[in-house]
Design a protein around this ligand. Structure first.
Ligand code: FES
Length: 362
């Protein structure tokens, strides 16, 4: 078991207590949390878990999945339920859908992520696509249960009704909070009997739709989650409607849908670079091999370096840049305030100066 020193999350083996089929290609998996780990697994609504397993070639496979269950009130045990959708060729999601069963042990990292909504009074809204509903379901359910005056508007986009995850859970929220929960469903490949016409939710459509549905200026927080194209379109629509950047929060699922920008070339890389990194209170200095990321440099010496997606999406590898400069291939995880404050994603960073220093503990 890895250490959780300096506030970094560690892995623990947890037993699967439920596997529920949601659609043909998705399941919800619940893990039992022993009492001594209750505090470690308390989550904020919107956070995710990294799961890991060993693949057929002995390689380590890690994936992050958002928690769909509401956050438990203090004093009650945490409910750890994640949504997993099958990804074409995805080794973890294939295993989860075809093999994972009640009673199995899975290595589960403690909850992480800054795409979160701590319950507070206000009016919040979300635009989600596909499995992007998962963290937002936890946000809406927790908020509406804990804050009697709060309101939540969910705009969700799915291909068809039968491919829609958490249909019952969302309908249940609507039944329980008819005056405070607004639900708008758009199906891109199917006509609906009621509601909006079918078709994709792109920037143009959202720019028209959002002001018709909501008092856009007075929404206290926007939560965008789903494929890169949808999240980017929603963000541009909101910015075009005058929404302040600080009120928009986003999490990308499935970056590699062809619409994400390609990594920048590494023309400015120094010929030789050295990385000093502090992790779990211990520091080390290592040469950076040409072309590798700073996360890979650390991982060669320290197997406990934090990461999950290695794709710039989950934010697990976030580190503070203490000295030197880096170039990031891509960043879908850090908010502009975090990069301005000096945080980088180690899995996307390459040295831009001969010496670089990172601190994973800050
Ligand atoms: S490991 Fe996910 S962003 Fe770096």
């Amino acid at each position: 078991m890895e250490s959780s020193a300096a506030g970094r999350a560690g892995f623990h083996p947890l037993r699967v207590s439920e596997v529920d089929r949601l659609t043909d290609d998705s399941v919800a998996v619940t893990f039992a949390v022993p009492p001594e780990l209750h505090e470690a697994y308390r989550h904020l609504p919107g956070q995710h878990l990294a799961l890991r397993r060993t693949g057929e070639q002995g390689e380590e496979i890690r994936r992050t999945y958002s928690i769909c269950a509401p956050a438990s009130p203090p004093g009650e045990p945490p409910v750890l339920r994640v949504g997993i959708r099958l990804v074409d060729g995805g080794s973890f999601s294939t295993y989860a859908l075809k093999e994972l069963a009640v009673g199995d042990l899975v290595e589960v990292m403690e909850p992480m992520g800054r795409f979160a909504l701590s319950p507070r009074p206000g009016h919040f809204a979300a635009v989600v696509g596909g499995s992007g509903i998962t963290p937002v379901l936890s946000m809406a359910a927790t908020l509406l249960a804990r804050e009697p005056e709060a309101r939540f508007c969910l705009i969700r986009s799915d291909r068809t009704a039968s491919s829609t995850m958490f249909l019952d859970e969302v309908a249940d929220l609507k039944d329980r909070h008819p005056d405070r929960f607004q639900l708008v469903t758009v199906l891109s490949r199917e006509e609906q009997q009621a509601g909006l016409p079918s078709g994709r939710l792109d920037q143009e459509r959202l720019a028209e739709l959002l002001p018709a549905l909501l008092p856009v200026d007075t929404i206290d927080g926007w939560f965008l989650c789903g494929p890169f194209g949808l999240v980017q379109g929603a963000e541009r629509a909101l910015r075009g409607l005058g929404v302040d950047r600080g009120r928009i929060h986003q999490e990308i699922f499935h970056v590699d849908d062809g619409s994400a920008p390609a990594p920048a070339p590494a023309a400015d890389a120094p010929a030789h670079a050295t990385l000093t990194a502090t992790l779990h209170g211990r520091s080390g200095t290592w040469p950076v091999e040409r072309g590798e990321t700073l996360l890979d440099t650390v991982l060669r010496a320290r197997a406990d370096a934090p990461y999950a997606c290695k794709g710039g999406v989950c934010g697990t590898c976030r580190a503070f840049l203490v000295g030197g400069e880096v170039r990031m291939d891509r960043n879908f995880a850090l908010e502009p305030e975090e990069t301005e404050a000096g945080y980088v994603l180690a899995c996307q960073s390459h040295p831009a100066t001969a010496d670089v220093e990172l601190d994973f503990d800050r």
